[in-house]
Design a protein around this ligand. Structure first.
Ligand code: PLP
Length: 527
């Protein structure tokens, strides 16, 4: 058997500081402890639990399946296990630790009250197959949240089950496809402006549409004339991100919607960043037919690293009959029902004056209960006026960053008026071959998670900064100071930035090698 490294401590990393002077024998840096892999610190014979000795001759029911060879996994004691994961967690960065200016992602504080509510047993322990009579509280939350979403957006209905923003896009596009098919209209093209989020063309392509690009104006907005010129009987829908990925509001959306409708198409709006306009603008008033809302961005909920997400889709009257099943509805007796396929037609006759033409389902069950509870808690604790202030403060904070840095950094759309919830910069003026990546790595040394980089594609070396409304002026000021000094170094061509980060648990990775030649298996080192 390959013996794990039992010789005790062996530093796995470069332990010198930036100047190469102070080296520790352990690899630790003061109270920040270095941590090798489980396989390097564990022992085959160690275990955290006290198991009875197994009699090798005892009869088992496994027959020939009984394992003869050691399994090859290492064990740790309980304290070693706890320390391993705690040490790793301290090398991580999260919204509870510091500022997370990741543009488009809306990484904001999640009030602890949300967690308390989501953990109430009636919500946390609910099972999707429980009889409806035993989950009235949970259905009430879903129904109440659905009404808030309809009110806030000025739309007709909402599909609650999609489990992420991109999943919501698919739900919207499939509703549009179902509506077009219902009228025997096989359109093949979806138009996507350059300023749309990357998930939009991906969604349209996934739903078998041919994607065509609509250019952006030099001001970073949809080119209205180019869009109008392309409309025709083959265009199923236009997918518009508003606010767009340049951080700008699309003021022509009403005119775009009218033109798209006149040409027989539908308007899909990517509302992932609804946090910038909630309480200020209702997409329903702008002629939108379908829009997903990322509950995990606009209405808090911690997210990132793959989950959880929730992307309800609000729908216009024209698309409502095609929404996926199931959905909740309250009847005159006050009971909230979960409308499944069996009840759907009858319900549709009553409410839509026709048969239901649902395109099917998005997921096995009804959506993300924990996130529904968090989102409704967030809404109720803010109130309608508080939600409006969320948007105002998010926009104010982003403009404060834009105006504080536009004199030093290239800000391509600074003259296009105020930005929305995020400020966009480019690396045009950097010297000495330095790039956006170097500045981003420098931010890690300064204690910040880097901003979104190289997105949107319309700006060279894009840096998209989103402060959200939950950052204090003090933390934004500290960010601006750090960002400004790094920008000045990058513009001056300061070579040392190319080696950043200096102080992170791991130095700069060779990302190309990591992607092209990934090492996915741990091999024991020669002792
Ligand atoms: C985050 C985001 C999405 C995708 O949302 P997911 O929940 O990650 O699938 C789509 N569009 C925009 C504009 C976004 O910011």
């Amino acid at each position: 058997m390959n013996a794990p490294n039992k010789s005790g401590w062996k530093p796995q990393m470069e332990v010198a500081d930036a100047t190469g002077e102070h080296v520790t024998t352990t690899g630790n840096r003061a109270l920040m402890l270095e941590e090798p892999l489980l396989f390097e610190i564990g022992h085959a014979e160690t275990t955290g639990v006290d198991l009875p000795e197994v009699d090798p001759n005892a009869a088992t029911r496994l027959g020939s399946l009984k394992r003869e060879e050691p399994i090859g996994l290492v064990g740790l004691t309980e304290p070693e296990t706890v320390r391993h994961y705690t040490r790793l967690s301290r090398q991580n960065y999260g919204i509870d630790l510091g500022f997370f200016p990741l543009g488009s992602c809306t990484m904001k504080h999640n009030p602890r009250l949300n967690e308390k509510m989501a953990r109430l047993p009636g919500f946390a322990d609910v099972h999707p197959l429980q009889p409806v009579s035993t989950i009235q509280g949970a259905l009430e939350v879903m129904n109440e949240l659905a009404h808030w979403l309809i009110d806030l957006t000025g739309m007709h209905s909402v599909a609650m089950s999609p489990k992420a923003g991109a999943h919501g896009e698919l739900c919207g596009i499939l509703s549009i496809r179902a509506a077009l098919e219902a009228r025997g209209d096989a359109r093949e093209v979806v138009l996507v402006p350059e300023s749309a989020h990357g998930t939009n063309p991906a969604t349209a392509a996934f739903a078998n549409y041919r994607v065509e690009n609509i250019p952006a104006t030099p001001q970073g907005r949809v080119d209205l004339e180019a869009l109008k010129a392309r409309l025709g009987p083959d265009v199923a829908a236009v997918m518009i991100t508003n606010p767009n990925t340049c951080g700008l509001f699309e003021p022509d959306l009403r005119e775009i919607s009218d033109a798209v409708h006149a040409a027989g198409g539908f308007v899909y709006c990517d509302g992932a960043n609804f946090n910038a306009i909630v309480g200020k603008v209702r997409p329903g008033d702008l002629g939108v037919d379908a829009m997903h809302i990322n509950l995990h961005k606009t209405f808090s909920t911690p997210h990132g690293g793959g989950g959880p997400g929730s992307g309800p889709v609000v729908l216009s009257e024209a698309l409502a009959p095609f929404a996926p099943l199931p959905y909740t509805a309250r009847t005159a007796d006050g009971v909230v029902h979960l409308i499944e396929e069996e009840q759907a037609d009858e319900f549709a006759r009553e409410h839509f004056g026709g048969e239901l033409s649902s395109f099917g389902r998005m997921t096995a069950f009804h959506g993300q209960m924990g996130m529904f509870t968090r989102a409704l808690t967030y809404m109720l604790s803010h109130g309608a006026d508080g939600l409006k202030q969320v948007a105002e403060d998010a926009v104010l904070n982003a403009n404060y960053i834009l105006r504080s840095l536009e004199d030093v950094l290239h800000a391509p759309f600074a003259d296009s008026g105020p930005c929305m919830h995020e400020a966009l910069f480019g690396d045009k003026d950097f010297g000495g071959g330095l790039t956006t990546l170097d500045l981003a790595k420098g931010m890690i040394d300064e204690g910040f998670h880097p901003m979104t980089v190289y997105f949107p594609l319309v700006v060279h070396g894009a840096m998209l900064v989103e402060p959200t409304e939950t950052e204090s002026k003090a933390s934004i000021d500290q960010f601006i100071t750090a960002f400004r000094s790094l920008a000045e170094r990058a513009i001056a061509g300061d070579e040392s930035l190319k080696q950043a980060p200096y102080f992170a648990p791991r130095r700069r990775l060779d990302e190309t090698a990591a992607a092209r030649k990934p090492k996915l298996k741990w091999e024991p080192q020669e002792v």
